[in-house]
Design a protein around this ligand. Structure first.
Ligand SMILES: [Zn+2]
Length: 308
C-alpha cells in the first residue's frame, strides 16, 4: 500500500510571541510560557504529529537565544531550549525562522525586505549567524524557515545562500527551506540546487493554510471556537469525504499544513491548540494507515522532485 506523506509546519516558535511585535494595534503578551510547549508536545505525542518546528534565534532583535534575550528571563529561554531538544527535536525538523523575524539585524528595515536586496554572500553570512546561534544552544537545525516572503524575489541567491550556510556551520550536504505557501504554483518539494558549493537544497511548500490563526485577540473565545470549527471542517469534513486535505490525498500529493505558535496559544486561551488536537484526531481516524507522518527533512529527502 502506498501512503501519502504528512508533515505539520509550526512557524514563529520560541519564548517570544512574535505577534506582540507584528500586531501593535492589539494587546498580545510578550512571552508564551514553557508550560504551553509541554501542552503542545502532549498533543503531538497523542496524535503522532511530526513536521517542522521554527525557532526564532534572535526574536525581534531582543537578543540571542544562546546568550541573553532582554525582557525574557534566562531560565525561561533555557527551559524552552531543553524542552525543544527533548520533546520536539526527535519528531520535528528544527529550523531558524531566519534571525529576528522583525527588523533585520543591525538594519532599519524588516528582515524580508533586507533579504530581498542581499547578494548570495550576504545571505550566506546572515543565515550562518542564525544557524550558529541555534547550534550553540545544542539544537541541530536541518532547514530554514523564511520570515514572511524573505527570498521570494531573489530565490536563487537565497537558496544557494542557505545551502552554503549549512555547509559552513552544520557541515552537512543536504538541507531544506520553507518559503512557498498555499495558493502558489509549487505544490510539492523540489530540489533547487545540488552543486559542490551548496550541497542539495530542497524547497518544501505548504499546501494548507493556518486554520487556527483567527483565535487571537481581539477575537472573543466564543468566536475563536466557531472559527476553528468552520476552518477544520473546510480542511477535512467530519466524515472525511470532502475538504482540501481530501483533495491533496486523492492526488497523492504530500499533505503539508501550517500553524503558528501564536495561533495555537490564542493569547493564553489555547483554543488553536485544542483545534490542532481535533483536526489531527480527525485526520488519523479518516486516513489511518494510508498517511505517514514525517519530519520535514524526511519529506524533503524522500519526496522531492526535479526543478522544472
Ligand atoms: Zn513567521
Amino acid at each position: 500500500m502506498t501512503t501519502v506523506p504528512v508533515s505539520f509546519i509550526l512557524d514563529d516558535g520560541g519564548p517570544v510571541n512574535m505577534y506582540h511585535f507584528h500586531d501593535l494595534a492589539t494587546w498580545h503578551e510578550l512571552i508564551i510560557p514553557p508550560a504551553f510547549l509541554r501542552e503542545f508536545s502532549k498533543v503531538c505525542k497523542r496524535n503522532n504529529i511530526m513536521g517542522k518546528f521554527s525557532v526564532v534565534p534572535m526574536p525581534a532583535g531582543l537578543g540571542r537565544l544562546d546568550g541573553k534575550v532582554t525582557q525574557v528571563p534566562t531560565p525561561i529561554v533555557k527551559q524552552y531550549i531543553k524542552l525543544i531538544k527533548e520533546q520536539i527535536e526527535p519528531v520535528f525538523s528544527i529550523t531558524p525562522e531566519i534571525l529576528t523575524h522583525y527588523l533585520a539585524y543591525k538594519k532599519p528595515v524588516l528582515e524580508n525586505l533586507y533579504i530581498s536586496s542581499c547578494t548570495e554572500d550576504e545571505i550566506t553570512e546572515y543565515i550562518s549567524l542564525a544557524l550558529e546561534i541555534l547550534k550553540n544552544t545544542g539544537l541541530n537545525p536541518t532547514g530554514v524557515t523564511s520570515p514572511w516572503d524573505a527570498g521570494m524575489r531573489n530565490e536563487d541567491h537565497y537558496a544557494r545562500g542557505i545551502g552554503r550556510a549549512f555547509r559552513k556551520i552544520m557541515n552537512v550536504d543536504e538541507c531544506f527551506y520553507f518559503l512557498h505557501s498555499s495558493g502558489d504554483d509549487l505544490v510539492k518539494p523540489v530540489v533547487m540546487f545540488d552543486t559542490p558549493e551548496t550541497g542539495k537544497v530542497i524547497s518544501v511548500p505548504n499546501n494548507i493554510h493556518d486554520a487556527f490563526w483567527p483565535t487571537q485577540n481581539p477575537v472573543t473565545a466564543r468566536q475563536a471556537r466557531q472559527n476553528v470549527k468552520k476552518n477544520i471542517d473546510e480542511i477535512l469534513s467530519p466524515d472525511g469525504k470532502t475538504g482540501l486535505m481530501r483533495e491533496f490525498f486523492e492526488q497523492g500529493l504530500p499533505i503539508v499544513f501550517i500553524s503558528h505558535w501564536q495561533s495555537l496559544y490564542s493569547d493564553g486561551r489555547c483554543i488553536g491548540l485544542e483545534g490542532l488536537d481535533a483536526l489531527t484526531q480527525r485526520m488519523n481516524k479518516v486516513f489511518g494507515k494510508q498517511i505517514e507522518w514525517m519530519p520535514m527533512m524526511e519529506l524533503a529527502k524522500n519526496h522531492a522532485g526535479k526543478r522544472k
